[in-house]
Ligand binder design. Structure first.
Ligand code: SAH
Ligand code: SF4
Ligand code: F3S
Length: 466
């Protein structure tokens, strides 16, 4: 991975000036609502967006229709993600008819797709601002321009990408935080659009990452999730990912997790970290994508089934109770029934705690989009259903094995289904719901697991005498 330029401090100060200018304007939006789609990388970006908009004097508005500025942070990893984003944006046109001063902004991965910004400019002139993944930090300048020039601003940069430090931020909560350690992806899996829309791999320096972690710790962070499309290829200031983890572990933040890891770069040092680091949680998301060597090769994943299974063996030797999760694609072009069965057998063999399963979705500009694909969609649907059924049965068995255990849960929120219950995660990443109230949010609670549902555990708080 090459060292990449850092956006200059001077430029970031310039953006701060635009924030002040917007804040001082009478005609500016007073409130904002962000719709964050896609992965955690986007969620983290949305925290920076919220930070910038707050600095511009706008208040967060929970109801989309009531906001003066609506921003869509889009995803395009699969066609349905893109359709959802476009559908939502088109719907805003109606809203704007009743509220002409509404400012509509669209950014993120979808707008970075080739030709997309031009198409949006032409077909959706009611959108006030279109920006891409590489110029998010210029949001203040663009908002200022929309307000002063009174016409749409469409700017997407076609570059490899830079590292941006020092954007304002407004985090979703104080107790568990996302920390980006690297951006972009150089792997070019043949089905995937991410390398095209997120640019080349580039890492933050270990110093910048650690300074952020220390700050979060001071603000009360109990858990941090290190983020990158492929954290294993982190290389900042000469340090590899495992070294970075050892340094972060020393800070003493109770829980550390990270995602996503690519099996081809999962080093022995990193595997050993699971045995040695006291704050690293026993959980790893290690997407396998497929169980057949032939399919893996055509996906350009650079590992085979045997290597993947070997990694799983090593991880479990170091940490027997590690919770492994995965992403799996069904119906990759040319996938035969026999090859699909190899995915099924791998899933039976590994017994993931959970797996996110997707039907292959062709993405314009990727190599696989030109591969012949003669499997009918119905057949792909049947296959994915079989895989889902299998994984659900395994997940249930894994969860049932936790019943009777005593676990430390970091409480995240009041349960959406039951106001008298709260939910949080065990070290292994299993969600547990148990009776409790909002006062427990952000705290560690000892819980006895009493039963297992399809995706979550239920438990009760163990009352300790004080
Ligand atoms: N960087 C991460 C994944 C990012 S995308 C990694 O490599 O693990 C998240 C998941 O979406 C991928 O793991 C893959 O399973 C799925 N995915 C990506 N492109 C896809 C496509 N064109 N069709 C279907 N699923 C896709
Ligand atoms: Fe996409 Fe592959 Fe990069 Fe993951 S590693 S983001 S699947 S190209
Ligand atoms: Fe989607 Fe972009 Fe993430 S395409 S999955 S939001 S990196």
């Amino acid at each position: 991975m090459k060292e990449r330029p850092i956006v200059s401090e001077q430029e970031m100060l310039r953006q701060r000036e635009f924030m002040k200018l917007v804040k001082a304007m009478d005609i500016r939006p007073q409130s904002y609502h962000i719709v964050s789609m896609g992965c955690q990388m986007n969620e983290r970006d949305s925290e920076s967006i919220a930070g910038m908009l707050s600095e511009m004097g706008m208040a967060a508005e929970p109801v989309r229709e009531n906001a003066d500025l609506i921003l869509y942070n889009t995803c395009c990893v699969r066609e349905n993600a893109e359709n959802k984003a476009l559908g939502n944006v088109i719907w805003l046109k109606e809203l704007k008819k009743d509220k002409p001063e509404l400012m509509i902004c669209v950014g993120g991965c979808m707008t970075q797709e080739k030709g997309m910004a031009a198409m949006m400019k032409k077909r959706y002139p009611f959108i006030d601002l279109v920006y891409g993944t590489h110029n998010l930090y210029k949001l203040p300048e663009y908002v200022y321009r929309v307000l002063t020039e009174k016409r749409p601003v469409v700017e997407v940069m076609d570059i490899d990408g830079e590292v941006v430090e020092g954007m304002p931020e407004r985090r979703r909560n104080h107790f568990n935080a996302f920390v980006n350690i690297m951006y972009g992806c150089d792997n070019f899996c043949t089905y995937c659009i991410v390398p095209y829309v997120r640019g080349r791999e580039r890492s933050r320096t270990p110093e910048a990452v650690i300074a952020e972690c220390v700050r979060l710790q001071d603000e009360g962070a109990q858990e941090i999730m290190l983020l990158g499309q492929n954290v294993n290829s982190y290389r900042g200031g000469g340090a590899e990912f495992a070294e970075l983890l050892y340094r972060i572990d020393k800070l003493g933040i109770p829980r550390i997790r990270f995602m996503t890891s690519h099996p081809k770069d999962l080093s022995d040092e990193l595997i050993h970290a699971f045995g040695e680091l006291s704050h690293l949680m026993p959980q790893l998301h290690l997407p396998v994508q497929a169980g057949s060597d032939e399919v893996l090769k055509r996906m350009n994943r650079s590992y085979n089934r045997e290597h993947y299974l070997e990694l799983v063996g090593k991880l479990r030797a170091v940490k027997p109770d590690i919770g492994l999760t995965s992403d799996i694609i069904v119906g990759f072009p040319g996938e035969t029934l026999a090859q699909f069965e190899e995915t099924m057998s791998l899933v039976r063999q590994v017994r993931f705690d959970a797996a996110y399963t997707f039907i292959y979705s062709p993405r314009t500009g990727t190599r696989a989009a030109s591969y012949p694909d003669d499997t009918p969609y119905e057949v792909k649907s049947e296959r994915i259903q079989r895989l889902i059924d299998l994984q659900q049965a395994i997940s249930l068995e894994v969860l049932q094995q936790q019943v009777g255990e005593r676990e430390t849960v970091l409480v995240e929120a009041v349960s959406t289904r039951n106001a008298g219950a709260v939910g949080g995660k065990t070290p292994r990443g299993h969600m547990v719901n148990f009776p409790g109230d909002a006062s427990l949010i952000g705290k560690f609670v000892e819980v006895e697991i009493t039963s297992a549902g399809r995706n979550t555990l239920r438990g009760r708080q163990i009352m300790t005498e004080e």
